[in-house]
Write a protein that binds this ligand. Structure first.
Ligand code: SAM
Length: 235
């Protein structure tokens, strides 16, 4: 596993030290072990986990340094992209959010075993956090991978960011239509598309994109709407 991490991370210009690599190996062991008990995430082999999950999660570090920043990962599941980003950015403060309790129990165990500081796990719907004054408007960065359509994600993310903060939506190759469909939502929520990163994962694991939006205005108080409404009636 160490060789795989070095090889594929180096290909993308990342040079993790031994301590960092050891944390990724420990995390992979926890994922494999948990996957035997419950079907946590679709995992097949070591190469897949290194490329499709670890590398895919950290690509945004080519764009932004997260150390010293406050971030939130909405719908993190087994910890993607939040945990790989935390391993690579130890000075980042991060909140990992998922509405499924079993995922959160795994995350709690993982952060303990990896010895992380400044990581909080929140078993909650993103819609509720967005209306909670302890969370609303407090983050520099937010992330989501494979959680929902862009129109829905904009409503879940925007309220949680500070004005000037950025959200990173990790997606597959077909993002252009989603972005076009999200124009009204972006206007309504006071966010602007600032960039789309496009890259190819090694070993034919496919094309990926990251849509980056910046919050430019305060989010109207009525957003996010109640849990389930953003999905049922996207803006
Ligand atoms: N981000 C992880 C990844 O890339 O492997 C998990 C993706 S999984 C397909 C989507 C996750 O989002 C699930 O664990 C689900 O419980 C969570 N989720 C979906 N909608 C949510 C919401 N409104 N608030 C919090 N979590 C949500």
């Amino acid at each position: 596993m160490k060789t795989l991490i070095k090889r594929y991370f180096n290909e993308y210009g990342f040079n993790p030290d031994n301590q960092t690599i050891d944390l990724f190996i420990k995390y992979a062991d926890l994922l494999f072990e948990e996957n035997k008990r419950v079907n946590l995430t679709a995992l097949s082999g070591e190469k897949e986990i290194v490329v499709k999950h670890f590398l895919d999660s950290i690509i945004i570090l080519k764009y932004r340094d997260l150390n010293g920043k406050k971030a939130i990962d909405l719908g993190t599941g087994a910890g993607f992209p939040g945990i790989p980003l935390k391993i690579m950015s130890p000075q980042m403060e991060i909140t990992l959010v998922d509405s499924l309790k079993k995922r959160c129990l795994f995350l709690e165990k993982t952060i303990k075993e990896l010895g992380f500081q400044s990581v909080m796990v929140k078993n909650e719907r993103a819609e509720n956090l967005g209306q909670n004054k302890d969370y609303r408007g407090s983050y520099d960065y937010s992330f989501s991978r494979a959680v929902a359509n862009t129109r829905i994600l904009l409503e879940l993310h925007a309220p949680l960011l500070k004005v000037g903060g950025e959200m990173f939506l990790l997606k597959g190759p077909a993002i252009d239509e989603e972005i076009a469909d999200a124009q009204n939502a972006a206007r309504e929520l006071g966010v602007e598309l600032v960039d789309i990163l496009r890259y190819e994962l090694p070993e034919d694991y496919g094309q990926r994109t990251v849509a980056i939006y910046q919050k430019t205005l305060e989010t109207p108080a009525k957003y996010p709407r109640r849990p389930g409404i953003p999905e049922k009636r996207p803006l």
